[in-house]
Write a protein that binds this ligand. Structure first.
Ligand SMILES: [Zn+2]
Length: 424
């Protein structure tokens, strides 16, 4: 990550007029409490009690990576010969005994001290939960003929998981015989960019609703967009005014640690690989499959709509497009389906430039959204790992990532009427 010099940083901080939810984040930067030789933001007291470490561990291939996931490492970055990510102190102590070579380690407090140096300066452009809700209400209000807005369920803390439906013929929870596409963002709290891309898609479709290429989707498809699947986690991540690198939801576990990894909580080979039974782990799979209200909401939503043909779950970051299986090494058994997955992946990545691959080629991890949706309903389900080199890539990334991912989403919509046309 780039370092921003003081000279560059301060004029921006004092001259800009800030508004929006992330303004507190920058207020923190305006008042550096710890003077030192280098610019040092306030000591990350908001991470007090957070026992995680940021580590880099040698890993040669997907088998090493899968084993590391099993050992509790939350892999964030994948290099040729190593991976980096977060791990709890307890699990870190066991890595060496398990034969892993830890190349570097630092406490999350030190990691934050180092990385908050290049804190994004324009994060007011990102939408917190209230702003996301307000924007969805506004879009629905401005487009009453084409849209409806409803909640697919409540979160652990009682927030609504909002879903915007684009379908002029059927509204709210009325069933539809039209082929449906389901887009989701923000399963993981700290992946705020995934909320933005989902919102950008909704706006693009509605701003261009009279253009023939968009109108044909509105007139023939049933489109659902739930930008913030884990609003509790997203809010928790920014609640102190500084980022906390929080991935999970906010269930309080038996050991008082916070959160279950929602993308390991689906009932597809639940917690058999690439997930941790240890509550403090960032990849904690939860006490049982579908133990969390957020994943149950998605499950019930999908099962109630047999017309869903395609699904996209946005995450960040790695510039990847992933498809089943995530939970096993072998490819999708049905050859026709496999062809469709590969063709859709190729088609979408032509717009994003991301790398298309079977999920488990990165590492084997069970219990994710896409494996479950494909196994349960035969839905052509994808995970997009958006681009960037950090969970907090700043405002400029919103437009950059949205522009190409909206095009990829339009490609997916273009195949949603009959994905099997790609296998013929
Ligand atoms: Zn994620």
């Amino acid at each position: 990550m780039k370092k921003i010099s003081l000279a560059l940083l301060f004029p921006v901080l004092v001259s800009a007029a800030f508004a929006g939810p992330f303004e507190q984040l920058r207020r923190g930067l305006e008042l550096p409490a710890v003077p030192g030789p280098a610019f040092s933001p306030e000591a990350p007291g908001h991470l007090q009690g957070d026992g995680r470490f940021w580590v880099t561990v040698a890993a040669q291939d997907k088998y090493d990576r899968s084993a590391l996931l099993n050992a509790g490492l939350d892999i964030v970055e994948t290099g040729r010969y190593s991976v980096s990510g977060f791990i709890s102190g307890g699990e870190l102590e066991q890595l060496a005994a398990k034969g892993f070579q830890v190349k570097s380690r630092q406490s999350i407090q030190d990691y934050a001290r180092q990385h908050l140096k290049d804190f994004p300066l324009n994060d007011a452009a990102y939408h917190n939960y209230k702003e996301t809700t307000d924007l969805l209400v506004k879009l629905a209000g401005e487009n009453p003929a084409e849209t409806s807005l409803f909640s697919i369920g409540k979160t652990t803390e009682g927030r609504d998981i909002w879903c915007l439906r684009l379908n002029p013929a059927e509204k709210g929870e009325t069933p539809s015989a039209r082929p449906a596409a389901f887009f989701m963002g923000n399963h993981h709290g700290r992946e705020h960019l995934s909320n933005e891309v989902s919102l950008a898609l909704a706006r693009h479709l509605l701003q261009n609703k009279n253009a023939p290429e968009i109108r044909k989707f509105l007139d023939t498809l049933d489109i659902y967009i739930a930008p913030m699947t884990n609003p509790d986690g997203a809010e928790y991540d920014i609640a102190t005014g500084k980022y906390r690198w929080h991935r999970k939801n906010t269930r309080v576990n038996a050991d008082q640690s916070i959160g279950v990894d929602l993308n390991r909580n689906y009932d597809s080979l639940w917690c058999q690989a690439g997930a941790s039974h240890y509550p403090g782990s960032d990849t904690y799979c939860g006490p049982s499959a579908f133990s969390e209200p957020e994943t149950r909401a998605v499950r019930d939503f999908v099962l109630a709509r047999p017309n869903i043909k395609t699904l996209m779950s946005y995450h960040s970051y790695s510039s990847l497009l992933l498809y089943p299986w995530a939970g096993k090494d072998s490819p999708v058994e049905n050859e026709r389906d496999r062809k469709v997955f590969e063709a859709l992946a190729k088609g979408m990545t032509a717009y994003t430039g991301y790398t298309p691959q079977q999920s488990s080629d990165l590492y084997v991890a069970t219990g994710d959204t896409t494996d479950w949706a494909y196994a349960a309903r035969g839905i052509f389900s994808f995970t997009t790992e958006l681009e960037g080199t950090t969970f907090y890539p700043g405002a400029a990334m919103i437009e950059k990532a949205s522009a190409k991912n909206v095009k990829a989403a339009l490609y997916l919509l273009g195949a949603t009427d009959d994905p099997y046309k790609l296998s013929r």
